[in-house]
Design a protein around this ligand. Structure first.
Ligand SMILES: [Zn+2]
Ligand SMILES: [Zn+2]
Length: 144
């Protein structure tokens, strides 16, 4: 087992669940990937896992804080929470839907914490999403 899988197993165990093969499959399909739609995730899980099992597993993972939904307009994509991946933010292209992650920025994180502090707010987590046009789409729209 990988370090991440052991971490997952411990997380599940604390909540009274065990690390089954379907759970392992869904978890590894989410690892080191850009956020995926449910349909993409079902594909990533391969043939040995049916749609219903993927849905059920995601539901559980969401309840246990393993997976989070990233809302893009009225749709959403799935990704591992900060507990299971590196803290990061996203830039979404409104034209082609490409999602680019940008890594943690200490200055930004610091500023957010200061803001929360100022408002006497105790932050637990946050998501930041920038929307706009990716480089390719900027070029493409300029040509129209
Ligand atoms: Zn684009
Ligand atoms: Zn952040």
């Amino acid at each position: 087992m990988t370090v991440a899988e052991i971490q997952l197993q411990q997380h599940l165990k604390k909540a009274g669940f065990s690390l089954t093969n379907p759970r392992k499959t869904v978890f590894s399909a989410l690892q080191d990937r850009e956020p995926q739609t449910m349909a993409e995730l079902v594909t990533s899980c391969g043939n040995n896992l049916d749609r219903a099992s993927v849905y059920r597993t995601i539901e559980l993972f969401e309840q246990l804080g393993i997976v989070q939904k990233l809302h893009v307009g009225w749709k959403y994509r799935l990704e591992l929470t900060d507990a299971f991946s590196h803290h990061h933010h996203h830039m979404t292209c409104l034209r082609c839907g490409t999602i680019t992650a940008f890594s943690e920025d200490a200055e930004l994180e610091n500023r957010l914490h200061k803001l929360a502090e100022f408002h006497n707010f105790k932050p637990q987590d946050h998501q930041i999403e920038m929307r706009g046009l990716c480089h390719n789409c900027q070029v493409a729209t300029r040509m129209i």
